[in-house]
Design a protein around this ligand. Structure first.
Ligand SMILES: O=c1nc[nH]c2c1ncn2[C@H]1C[C@H](O)[C@@H](COP(=O)(O)OP(=O)(O)OP(=O)(O)O)O1
Ligand SMILES: [Mg+2]
Length: 197
C-alpha cells in the first residue's frame, strides 16, 4: 500500500521532472522542490545512491513532505565510467550542450566497437528528512555513444545515446517510449513494485 498521498520530487531538472511525473501518473500527488527552494544542494556523494539520498533528505527537510530524488548520469566504457556522477558537471556546469560537445570531443578517435555506455539512475525515497531506511531503486540502460547528435526529444545526453533495441538515439524516441525503456523507467518500475502502486 502507498504509505503517503503527497510526494515532493527533489529535482531541479525540468526534463527529469517531466519523466518522473509521467511515470508516477496519478498514483500520488506530486509537488516540485522548486516550490520550496531554488537553492540546489551540493552533490558531495561519491555514488549515485549517496547523491540521491542527499537530495531527497534536503527536499524532505525544506518541504516537510516525503521526498523522491533521482541521481543519474552517463557511464562511458572507454572513459572508465566517466562522466558518471559528474555527468551534469562534465563541462564545469555550463549545461547540456557544452557537456555533449565535450563528450563528442574526447571520444572523437574512439571506434564504434569501443563506444559502449550506460545511463544509470538511482532513485531514493525518504519518508522524512531523517529517515533511517531510505528506499533505493536502481536502473541501467545500455547503449552506445554516437559520433554526432540526433533527435530533439528528451534532455541531457539523449541526442548522443544510441539505443540498439530501437535503432535510434534516445532523443529520437517519443517520450512515452523512452519512459518505458530508460534507466529511470527501470528504477521507477522497481520503486512502484516496492510501494505496491
Ligand atoms: O535520461 C537521461 N537522458 C539524458 N541525459 C540524462 C538522463 N538522465 C540523466 N542524464 C544526465 C543529465 C545530467 O547531465 C546528468 C544528471 O545529473 P543529476 O545531478 O542527476 O541531475 P541534475 O543536476 O540535472 O538535476 P537534479 O540533481 O536537480 O535532479 O545525467
Ligand atoms: Mg544534480
Amino acid at each position: 500500500m502507498m504509505p503517503f498521498s503527497e510526494l515532493v520530487l527533489a529535482s531541479h531538472n525540468a526534463g527529469k521532472l517531466k519523466e518522473l511525473q509521467a511515470m508516477l501518473g496519478d498514483a500520488v500527488r506530486v509537488r516540485s522542490v522548486a516550490e520550496f527552494s531554488t537553492v540546489e544542494p551540493e552533490e558531495t556523494g561519491l555514488s549515485f545512491v549517496e547523491n540521491a539520498i542527499l537530495k531527497a533528505r534536503n527536499a524532505a527537510r525544506i518541504s516537510g513532505l516525503p521526498a523522491l530524488a533521482d541521481d543519474s548520469g552517463l557511464a562511458v566504457d572507454a572513459l572508465g565510467g566517466a562522466p558518471g556522477i559528474y555527468s551534469a558537471r562534465y563541462a564545469d556546469g555550463q549545461g547540456d550542450a557544452p557537456n555533449n560537445a565535450k563528450l563528442l570531443d574526447v571520444l572523437r578517435e574512439v571506434p564504434d566497437a569501443e563506444r559502449g555506455a550506460q545511463f544509470v539512475c538511482a532513485l531514493a525515497l525518504v519518508r522524512h528528512a531523517d529517515d533511517p531506511l531510505p528506499i533505493i531503486c536502481e536502473g541501467l540502460w545500455h547503449g552506445r555513444i554516437l559520433h554526432a547528435a540526433r533527435g530533439e526529444h528528451g534532455f541531457g545526453y539523449d541526442p548522443l545515446f544510441w539505443v540498439p533495441e530501437c535503432d535510434c538515439s534516445s532523443a529520437e524516441l517519443p517520450a512515452a517510449q523512452k519512459n518505458q525503456l530508460s534507466h529511470r523507467a527501470r528504477a521507477m518500475a522497481l520503486l512502484k513494485q516496492r510501494l505496491g502502486i
